[in-house]
Design a binder for this molecule. Structure first.
Ligand code: CA
Length: 542
């Protein structure tokens, strides 16, 4: 349980939607909009297909978890699609909806994370920056869901035994819950929201992209962060990294590979510094940030020891494994099974280690724990033999079996015509040092989206991509990982102000701000003024 608790914290931090960063500029004081109904009477409303489990008023100033004081609101808990599963367990899409007393006529859907199964408080808040104002405090009605099942622990994928619960996780839950929440919002306030948004990171980012592709009428603005959009292939990447690192990892007391010791933090610091040495200056400024990754060419062989392994170099085995990992998974014919990865400075981030190797808080790599659960319970067709251990994935025969889930779960379609035609707007972002979903894969998706939608300039009219140097999965790493994507998408949708950049800060670089530039732009120093102030940078073409 202790281990699960630790894992839970990591999954939580990787998932609670909205890496929104500090609210800047565009926040508005909510105008008072009286609800038509009492909070306590919501349970008596006739809402077909929706079960209200509870409805209670929450007083102004009530704190929720680490997120500080929240405004006065009505907290509704409910469920849609309750049923007894094929495995005999109870399933359904449980949701939480918070309706602020001072509503600004907007809805906010907070994406889930990991394998879902956990009903997080519907605040629209950021785990990376808990002190920033929540969407709820900005007057949004905020809804969250457990994604169709209640998990016994954050690694519990047993819901895959029930086809209905599986479909909810794969693609359906967000749409069902959005429609239920909208009905309650309309009944409670007596009018439709004028705009609806979805913000999610990790699996929540995948759910956000699913919405853009499958349910284009649900949301006007979408923010998809570090999205698990190519999940069936990313799982193969998780298997690949696990098995490659295991090749050179010393065994623990149980005879299992201890991945952490394959690359101690000191070696990853060495790697990060070498990558910075090669690529930091390519954006015109040596500042610990690689802002021109496309120009970055790095070969870990520069770190290879001439003789014995020391703290100042990497062994030949380590160099070989790094090259294999960063090239991405391949079958025995050398065909790519997922994506390569950019060399970036965040390889020494705690989260990067946690996913790939394990760290002090999480003794076993998250990749090694989560991917077999996903493959065995979610991806494989019923009756297929499971993979036996994290170290036994077969890269010739297993990828075809995992692809069984592609059509249902992956959000790789670039057909966004309906979303675009109704003036929907979408922001994608990712950490360049995301350890589980390759930034190169999301860049590849965006480039396909552009080429199949009239080119980059046309695609930028409704879809923009932001790359965050150094950032790990949804936050963390040596990065400026705090930014306000909600204000950016809101201004784009409601005022037609397309985001050329978002201002970012981060605790790794106290006192510093920088623009995150819409792809393919990069931030360049103007040549005068403080190098710590984003006002002295412009977004330019690389
Ligand atoms: Ca730089």
């Amino acid at each position: 349980m202790r281990l699960h608790h630790r894992i839970g914290r990591v999954v939580l931090s990787a998932s609670v939607g909205a890496c929104l960063g500090p609210v800047m500029g565009l926040s508005q004081a909510p105008t008072a909009q009286a609800a038509q109904h009492q909070c306590s009477s919501i349970g008596e409303m006739k809402l077909t297909g929706i079960e209200i489990l509870s409805a209670q008023s929450v007083a102004e100033g009530t704190t929720v978890g680490p997120f500080g004081a929240q405004p006065a609101h009505c907290l509704v808990k409910g469920e849609v699609g309750r049923h007894k599963g094929a495995d005999g367990n109870e399933y359904g899409d449980k949701f939480e909806l918070r309706l602020p007393d001072r509503w600004t006529d907007r809805m906010y859907f907070q994406g889930g994370g990991g394998l879902d199964g956990i009903l997080y408080p519907a605040l629209g808040a950021s785990m990376a920056n808990p002190s920033m104002p929540s969407a709820l405090s900005r007057g949004y009605a905020v809804v969250s869901t457990d994604g169709g099942h209640a998990a016994k622990n954050p690694l519990d994928a047993s819901f895959g035994a029930d086809p209905q619960a599986l479909a909810d996780y794969e693609y359906r839950s967000t749409d069902r819950v959005e429609k239920a929440a909208r009905k309650i919002v309309v009944a409670y306030y007596g009018r439709e929201p004028h705009h609806a948004y979805m913000v999610g990171c990790s699996n929540g980012g995948r759910e956000a992209m699913i919405a853009s592709e499958r349910y284009p009428d649900d949301f006007d603005g979408i923010v998809a962060g570090d999205p698990a959009f190519d999940l069936t292939k990313a799982a193969i990447g998780e298997a690949w990294n696990t098995i490659r690192f295991a090749e050179i990892a010393p065994k623990d007391e149980h005879g299992m590979p201890d991945l952490k010791r394959a690359f101690p933090l000191s070696d990853l610091n060495l790697l990060s510094n070498a990558i910075l040495k090669a690529c930091d200056a390519l954006d015109g400024l040596v500042d610990g940030i690689i802002d021109n990754p496309r120009a970055c060419k790095f070969d870990p062989a520069v770190l290879q020891c001439a003789e014995q392994k020391t703290d100042a170099c990497l062994s030949a085995d380590q160099v070989r494994i790094l090259k294999a990992v960063f090239a991405g998974p391949k079958n025995s014919s050398g065909e790519s099974l997922y994506s390569d990865w950019p060399y970036d400075s965040g390889v020494n981030g705690e989260d990067w280690r946690g996913w790939n190797l394990g760290n002090d808080r999480m003794p076993i790599a998250l990749n090694a724990m989560i991917y077999p659960q996903f493959v065995n319970h979610v991806a494989l067709a019923p009756g297929e033999p499971p993979i036996a251990s994290p170290f036994s994935f077969n890269f010739d025969t297993d990828p075809g079996r995992v692809a069984h889930a592609h059509d249902a779960i992956d959000a790789t379609s670039t057909q966004l015509d309906k979303f675009r035609n109704r003036r929907g707007k979408i922001i994608y972002y990712t950490g360049m040092s995301d350890p589980v979903f390759s930034a190169d894969d999301l860049i590849g998706y965006y480039q396909r989206l552009a080429s199949e939608n009239g080119g980059t300039n046309r695609a930028r009219e409704f879809a923009r991509l932001f790359l965050i140097p150094g950032m790990n999965h949804c936050g963390g790493g040596p990065a400026l990982d705090r930014f306000d994507a909600l204000s950016a998408i809101e201004a784009w949708v409601e005022k037609g102000i397309a985001p050329e950049s978002m201002t970012a800060t981060g605790k790794t670089f106290p006192g510093r701000s920088r623009p995150l530039c819409a792809y393919p732009g990069i931030a360049r120093y103007k040549g005068s003024g403080s190098k710590e102030d984003s006002a002295n940078f412009v977004c330019s073409q690389p």
